[in-house]
Design a protein around this ligand. Structure first.
Ligand code: SF4
Length: 624
């Protein structure tokens, strides 16, 4: 290690105790930073150290942690992100989610690498962090306000139009289990109910602004990667032109687009909600996160029949799938409106859409009646009903009270076989990619500590280029010793692929890099070295990912999770009635074998419990 302190860090953690109204800072030592890197690594370390896993996630004992990484805020495409984490009110295990926008870069510039919020304020407050100064300000007048109005008011109160704001809307204040934390008005730390944790603390917002980024040791090294990206912008052409979901029609043909609560294999109306159609009709611009030339964020505007304020951005692929094909809705304006409502109220669009799709299927099967829905005809394809139910969820009124708990708990309450219709793993609703098509992805849904997540995962179908063989860049595959595999494969080669890809994604969630950028592991190592000044390797970075995932596993075990929770809904073990998945279904034995092989690769026993020697190898035996 160099004599000089590493670049990329402020080496400072900010702690705000809302019970006592106390603000303090703590040093982050360089060896600690190197062991956990940042982001998700910092979050799981502090959660295990400071939060009893068995607590009520909405009690003041839970802690809400915002953590940037050494790459957050450097002048490079994709280096805009930060992570947020806590014990999840949706799953009961660890929740962690990343957001782009400019908030993380401003946190770094304000002099901190991470923020831990603990306790609960007596009355609503917000934090104002600016160039090393921190204030707790009253927010009673903002409680109940939408995100746009809240952001405008806070910027005016702190006198800084460039302040970046992490904030919640009424859904989080009302403790909807899958409420999210918005960053500005259209970027979310979406998954796992982190917004509800923030609401439970009476914390309306965290505004940040700073002018002093931490040093970068080797600017030329960063510039080399930045130049590579500029010269290879073709690799992100799809994102630039259409945003996420540019391949939606192809997804539908291949069987990757979930339809009608993952029941049908086809959605022939895909062309009416696809990003191509959005570009032709309601799209009015594209925006970018901090320093990113990709500019993949759609901006849309609708005046009738629904109003969609452009401030709330446009729907990402996941949102189009969740409110569109998954709810059987082919009305693009309604999907855009649903997205805007979620961003205004701070709801996770995936969990909201999939929970409503679940309710639609329950309604179709008579498990929910018109009496239960308050007279709403909650059928697949009924866009008006979908929008009405979002409002009820936010207010927790009528059917909204049931659905505000997420599909798993709602299914338990409905009973009579409704559990089979809840498309979730560990309580987290499944995103818009089909595991019947991608077994590596399916394994990821099973074993991810925070539930069914597509970001910390591999996308077999994308890596196959819609063919049969999977490709990983040579830069990635060679040092990892990966052998060629196929789309159909669910055996050891595929599991090794999954573990490698998953590790890379976890490393990106610690350094903080956007998953949409086509950086290889070699680039990631190069960037880490250039920013921090450390000499590192792919092996060291994979070791960090293993450490982080093993700590997440320990947190979940202590919270009551077992190997039994690493399983997919039964629906995926049957083919769809139509479409490309007509002959495709997962096989129990194969997925069980995949799970066990993955545990083995991770150094966990057959029940998924990390082995003592693995904890020792990773230097985390203190957490056993
Ligand atoms: S690729 Fe898109 S989401 Fe990722 S940093 Fe760039 S603009 Fe943001």
């Amino acid at each position: 290690m160099n004599e000089q302190p590493a670049g990329g860090y402020n080496f400072k953690l900010l702690r705000v105790d809302l019970n006592k109204g106390e603000i303090s800072t703590e040093p982050l030592e360089e060896p600690f930073c190197r062991r956990y890197i940042g982001g998700t690594g910092f979050i799981i370390y502090y959660l295990l150290k400071e939060v009893r896993p068995e607590i009520d996630p909405l009690s003041p004992e839970n802690k809400l942690i915002f953590a940037a990484g050494p790459l957050t805020g450097i002048p490079l495409g994709g280096a805009s992100r930060h992570a947020v984490g806590a014990k999840s009110p949706l799953t009961g295990g660890i929740a962690k989610s990343e957001a782009g926008e400019w908030w993380g870069a401003q946190l770094k510039r304000s002099g901190f690498d991470a923020l831990i919020v603990e306790g609960k304020a007596e009355t609503p407050v917000y934090l104002w962090i600016h160039d090393g100064e921190v204030e707790i300000k009253q927010a009673g007048h903002l409680w109940g306000r939408m995100t746009k109005e809240t952001q405008e008011t806070i910027r005016s109160e702190v006198g800084d139009e460039k302040a970046r704001i992490a904030l919640i809307g009424p859904a989080a204040e009302n403790l909807v289990s899958y409420a999210c934390i918005m960053h500005g008005t259209h970027d979310a730390a979406g998954r796992g109910g982190l917004g509800a944790v923030m609401g439970s603390k009476n914390l309306k917002a965290v505004a940040v602004r700073g002018n002093n980024p931490p040093p970068v040791v080797d600017r030329e090294g960063v510039r080399v990667v930045s130049t590579w990206l500029k010269e290879n912008m073709d690799l992100v052409k799809g994102y630039r032109e259409l945003g996420t979901g540019g391949a939606m029609e192809l997804f539908e043909q291949a069987g990757n687009l979930p339809s009608h609560n993952f029941r049908e294999g086809r959605f022939p109306a895909v062309g009416s909600i696809s990003p191509t159609r959005i570009r032709e009709t309601i799209r009015v611009g594209m925006e970018a996160c901090f320093a990113c030339p990709v500019k993949c964020k759609k901006v849309v505007e609708v005046h009738e029949p629904y109003i969609v304020d452009r401030a709330y951005g446009g729907p990402e692929y996941e949102t189009i799938g969740a409110f569109g094909s998954c709810c059987g809705v082919d009305d693009m304006n309604a999907v855009a409106r649903a997205n805007a409502l979620c961003n205004a109220y701070s709801l996770d669009t995936i969990s909201t859409g999939v929970t409503i799709a679940f309710a639609m299927e329950c309604f179709e099967k008579g498990l929910l009646s018109s009496e239960d829905t308050g007279g709403i005809e909650l059928s697949f394809g009924n866009a008006g009903a979908m929008l009405e139910v979002i409002e009820l969820i936010v207010r927790r009124e009528g059917i909204g009270e049931l659905l505000a708990q997420g599909s798993a708990r709602a299914a338990e309450r409905i009973g009579r076989g409704a559990q089979k219709l809840a498309m979730q793993v560990k309580g987290l609703e499944i995103p818009m990619h089909e595991p019947r098509l991608s077994k590596g992805l399916g394994l990821g849904y099973m074993v991810n500590p925070h539930g069914a997540d597509h970001m910390d995962n591999m996308m077999d179908i994308l890596m196959s280029g819609y063919g049969t063989k999977l490709a990983m860049s040579l830069d990635d595959a060679l040092p990892l010793g990966l052998e060629p595999t196929t789309l159909e494969d669910g055996g050891p080669r595929k599991i090794a692929y999954f573990k490698a890809h998953h590790s890379k994604r976890i490393v990106c969630d610690c350094l903080l890099l956007c998953h949409f950028l086509p950086y290889s592991f070699a680039h990631i190592v190069q960037l880490t070295e250039a920013v921090t000044g450390w000499e590192t390797t792919v092996t060291e970075q994979i070791r960090v990912a293993e450490r982080v995932l093993t700590l997440c596993r320990l947190f979940n075990i202590k919270a009551g999770f077992t190997a039994e929770h690493d399983k997919l809904p039964e629906r995926f073990f049957r083919p769809t009635p139509d479409g490309a998945l007509k002959d495709k279904a997962l096989n129990h034995e194969e997925m069980e074998a995949a799970r066990r092989y993955y545990y083995d690769l991770m150094g966990w026993d057959e029940k998924g419990r990390p082995k003592a020697e693995k904890l020792e190898e990773l230097g985390i035996e203190e957490f056993a």
